[in-house]
Ligand binder design. Structure first.
Ligand SMILES: [Cu+2]
Length: 359
């Protein structure tokens, strides 16, 4: 009986060790997953990411100091108070002074950690006085970016060919980390982001910007960033959102103000020269020839109602815009559900990788 029990313990121990060994091999040998692996978190290129980095280092060094003190006392006690050198243990219980000290010291440490942490959190939470508004919508499995103030909207899709995913072709430098349309933003501007999703919960994460926010259907999350250095910054969805969760990367193209304005102008020109949707054009032509009575009979409403749909409202103030976006967030799921496929098709036709600069 004893033999079978110990042998079953031994075999389960063996299993655990084998599994652990496998896990270690996978973790350290998979060079794809750790292509960008560095030991510490990135410094980043925004004020938020730098503040997060410094907070992280402050807390890290406090933990190191605690570790050094605790382990020093522990090791000293183990060596100096061992039985083999004839140390006799003291015979006392319930020392009030010691108990007060070991309550007060952790309390002071926790407060000294909470103060810088709260300061950074308060800084991150201040979304006021932004220069630019961008709405990010998560889809299975791509991102939509809308610039309501500039009336720009596009989808951003994975660019990695299926052959590379299937191991039939050599993998790119930016394997699973490249998209057709980059999110172009200006540097040194306070960019306010609104996050929502159209289907399931996603999470928009760009480590270099210090920005990670869940995008939740029916809700709007907010955040902001001020990027200090022009460049290409890559990220990915950080919330398990379905079968192709790994295939919705994020690429942010931070440009100088002049280059950003050029891009905006290009987008607007592209939009004007794009071929109009034949169905929309026919409907508009029919509507233009209708009298007011005919319009009322046909149930054609004033164009103002268009702003209440999920499409980007044009010519509204920033405050109204936010309200509109908040209102539409709740209807996004239903309103855009029908809109999505046609919009997606359109964007796919338009989405030529014009700003795709492989570095
Ligand atoms: Cu996702």
């Amino acid at each position: 009986m004893k033999v079978t029990k110990s042998s079953s313990v031994l075999s389960s121990l063996k299993k655990i060790v084998t599994n652990l060994y496998g896990l270690i091999i996978i973790t350290f040998m998979s060079n794809v997953a750790y292509a960008d692996y560095t030991l510490n978190m990135p410094h980043g290129v925004s004020q938020i990411s730098q503040k997060i980095y410094h907070l992280h280092m402050t807390i890290f060094w406090i933990c190191v100091a605690i570790g050094v003190v605790v382990f020093s006392v522990l090791i000293y006690s183990l060596i100096m108070h061992r039985k083999s050198i004839g140390h006799e243990a003291h015979d006392f219980h319930e020392n009030t002074a010691v108990e007060i000290i070991w309550t007060i010291i952790p309390f002071v440490i926790l407060i000294s950690m909470a103060i810088p942490a709260t300061t950074v959190l308060k800084y991150i939470d201040d979304k006021s006085n932004s220069d630019l508004l961008i709405k990010v919508t998560g889809y299975q499995w791509r991102w939509q970016y809308e610039y309501p103030e500039q009336d720009i909207s596009f989808f951003s899709n994975l660019l990695t060919p299926q052959e590379q995913i299937d191991n039939k072709d050599v993998k790119d430098t930016h394997y699973l980390r490249d998209v057709d349309n980059y999110l172009v933003v200006p540097i040194n501007k306070k960019i306010r982001f609104l996050f929502t999703a159209n289907d399931v919960i996603h999470s928009w994460w760009v480590p270099e910007l210090g920005l990670k926010k869940d995008t939740i259907p029916g809700f709007i999350n907010e955040s902001w960033v001020r990027i200090e250095k022009p460049g290409i910054y890559r990220g990915q969805c950080a919330e398990l959102c379905g079968a192709r969760h790994a295939y919705m990367p994020i690429v942010v193209d931070a440009r100088t103000e002049v280059d950003y304005q050029k891009w905006v102008a290009e987008q607007l020109v592209k939009k004007q020269t794009a071929a109009p949707n034949p169905h929309e054009a026919a409907a508009a032509a029919a509507e233009a020839t209708m009298t007011d009575e005919e319009k009322a009979a046909a149930g054609v409403e004033a164009p103002a109602s268009a702003a209440s749909t999920a499409s980007s409202p044009v010519g509204t103030s920033k405050e109204n815009l936010s309200n509109n976006l908040s209102n539409t967030a709740t209807t996004t799921a239903t309103a855009t559900a029908t809109d999505t496929s046609s919009k997606a098709e359109k964007s796919e036709q338009k989405a030529k990788p014009e700003n795709k600069s492989k570095k």
